[in-house]
Design a protein around this ligand. Sequence first.
Ligand SMILES: Cc1cc2nc3c(=O)[nH]c(=O)nc-3n(C[C@H](O)[C@H](O)[C@H](O)COP(=O)(O)O)c2cc1C
Length: 187
Amino acid sequence: MDTLTALTQRVSVPRLTEPGPTPEQVRQLLAAAIRAPDHGMLRPWRFIVLEGADRERLGDIMEWRLLKRQPDADRKARDKLRAKALRAPTLIVAVAEITEHHKVPAWEQVLAVGAAVQNIMVAAHALGLGAMWRTGDLANDPSVKARLGFADKDQVVGFIYLGTPAVAPKALPDETPDPFLRELPDD
Ligand SMILES: Cc1cc2nc3c(=O)[nH]c(=O)nc-3n(C[C@H](O)[C@H](O)[C@H](O)COP(=O)(O)O)c2cc1C
């Protein structure tokens, strides 16, 4: 698939099944990720790849967070959350590890990791994989960041779910760039 086709035809795939990406495909996705633009070459991206039973550890964190907030959460609610970590064969947690820098503010480092995630999304599509970028409250919880091995200054940019599409690709929205164009205001 050529690059422009991948960029313009990519869609998110919310329902994913086995098989997940091969180890070689995971390497390709990460290789694409680390070619994102990065002001100051700070290399802010960190990736945790979770496959198979390792995904349960993210489920543990989700359940642990629920119980901290709602100690009486019932089994059903706990299992529902745990199941989220198993929604796809492979998960990549993408985190911006922020470096204090005189010229590159934190927001630029977060954007660089966002660009890295988008590279993963487009590369996954080009490889015929399904992918879905998710965040949710989990991404902004300092205690979750700590359990993932990061500090509060860092930012979880996405939980990227990867696998084989379990549903037909949704139709692309019928959109053009025109509504997003603006003119410079008059002086
Ligand atoms: C930073 C970020 C976080 C997102 N988090 C979620 C999420 O937690 N849950 C969700 O359903 N969609 C989330 N989305 C949106 C989907 O990834 C997806 O882009 C959206 O469903 C539109 O589908 P499309 O990518 O095919 O246009 C997020 C997107 C971004 C960029």
